[in-house]
Design a protein around this ligand. Structure first.
Ligand SMILES: Cc1ncc(COP(=O)(O)O)c(C=O)c1O
Length: 396
């Protein structure tokens, strides 16, 4: 079937975190919302149908996961990334952050150090710090207009309390899809230094324009006893509110430790609609997924053309992966506060400000473009007006 991603689905009044809490979170309920990472699109039709069908049954008791559940994700990973997995490797949790929480607690001790590469998805900081571990920061560098990992700094900063590195692959918010060679170099370094790699691959299906995602566990066979990968249908098929994801852990002893942590917090059970949606999305969601990817890519092209033509002092980073576009506002010559004020107060946009991903993000804004083109166009026009009003063009 052909999906219509231009359709405006009214999300206000659905307890949507993105649309119904703007007053509380940003101080203005009328903003255009482009912050938290979910899509404004309806999920694939087979998923909607399956949930309706399940709801009609009317009995919502405790629910388990059958073979079909595992087969669906194994087939998807194989088709999508050429990655052969086994049913036993999957450890399912109500979300990726729950998985990160369990892995941090299972595989490190309070007082240990965990490496993050900011600017990066900010809840990683709190999972580490609120569990009595410390963040070691290895900021990404910009080289020739591209974010890269800083291996020299990484060598300098690790010490004998450094036990884990959380990799964001693809990297939210800078939208990088890490090359196999980079993953290989990182994995080798971590193996040599006894640092476990938790590779968060929640965005791994959202990869564009000739980029190729490599599951970390596939970068080299020897990484399998020193890493785990998180996968989820929640970004791919817009199911975040159904709270379900999985870890892939081939090494049995590591898996046992992580499972014990998951069980100790009673996170091993999931919502039955999540279980249903997970299986159906991976089995029957491809048609929707391909059309969605094409639409989001067109959104990105629209945004890049608009900015190049009408807001040339902004710089858009290449969208390699995710539907989150990272835009450099530093060319405006304004402070971080001013940039934030222009976007929020003048343009009326609810965005994720770059600095929340770490000080390396100062002067940047992250735009979620998984929305209708109409909304994106309005956002761009509002931004153009706000910037032109605030920053008269230099006299020539
Ligand atoms: C990199 C990354 N990891 C994890 C999450 C959250 O995942 P979950 O809702 O499954 O906890 C997000 C959500 O935006 C994300 O971008």
């Amino acid at each position: 079937m052909t999906y219509n991603f231009d359709e405006i689905v009214e999300r206000r009044g659905t307890h949507s975190y993105k649309w119904d809490y703007l007053e509380e979170l940003f101080g203005d309920e009328k903003l255009l919302s482009m912050w938290v990472a979910d899509m404004d699109f309806k999920s694939p039709e087979p998923v909607i149908e399956a949930i309706i069908e399940r709801a009609r049954h009317g009995v919502f008791g405790y629910t388990g996961r059958e073979d079909g559940f595992y087969q669906s994700v194994m087939d998807w990973l194989c088709e999508q990334h050429g990655w052969e997995t086994e049913k036993e490797w999957f450890v399912t949790t109500p979300g990726v952050l729950t998985a990160v929480f369990a892995a941090v607690n299972a595989l490190t001790e309070p007082g240990d150090n965990i490496v993050l590469q900011p600017p990066v998805y900010y809840p990683f900081f709190s999972v580490i710090e609120e569990n009595g571990r410390h963040v070691k920061r290895n900021p990404l560098k910009i080289e020739d207009g591209k974010y890269v990992m800083d291996f020299d700094n990484l060598k300098e900063l690790v010490d004998d309390r450094t036990r884990m590195l959380i990799l964001c692959s693809p990297h939210n918010p800078v939208s990088r899809v890490w090359e196999k060679e980079t993953l290989h170099q990182l994995g080798r370094f971590c193996l040599e230094n006894d640092i476990f790699v938790l590779s968060d691959e929640i965005h791994s299906d959202l990869v564009f324009a000739g980029n190729q995602h490599t599951p970390f566990l596939e970068a080299a066979p020897e990484f399998s006893n020193n890493s785990l990968v998180t996968v989820s249908p929640s970004k791919t098929f817009n199911l975040a509110g159904l709270s379900i994801s999985s870890m892939v852990i081939p090494d049995e002893s590591i898996r046992k430790r992580v499972v014990a942590a998951v069980n100790s917090s009673h996170h091993s059970r999931q919502n039955l609609f999540g279980i249903e949606a997970f299986e159906v999305a991976y089995k029957q969601g491809r048609e929707w997924y391909e059309q969605m990817m094409a639409y989001v890519w067109e959104n990105y092209r629209f945004m890049v053309d608009f900015i190049q033509e009408r807001l040339p002092r902004l710089k858009v980073f290449p969208l390699e992966g995710t539907y989150l576009v990272w835009v450099d506002f530093r060319g405006l010559g304004k402070s971080t506060e001013e940039i934030g004020r222009i976007c929020l107060k003048e343009a009326g946009l609810a965005l994720d400000e770059g600095h929340i991903f770490g000080p390396e993000g100062e002067g940047f804004q992250r735009f979620n473009i998984a929305c209708s083109r109409k909304l994106l166009k309005e956002a761009m026009e509002r931004l153009e007006k706000a910037i032109k009003d605030q920053t008269p063009a230099p006299k020539t």
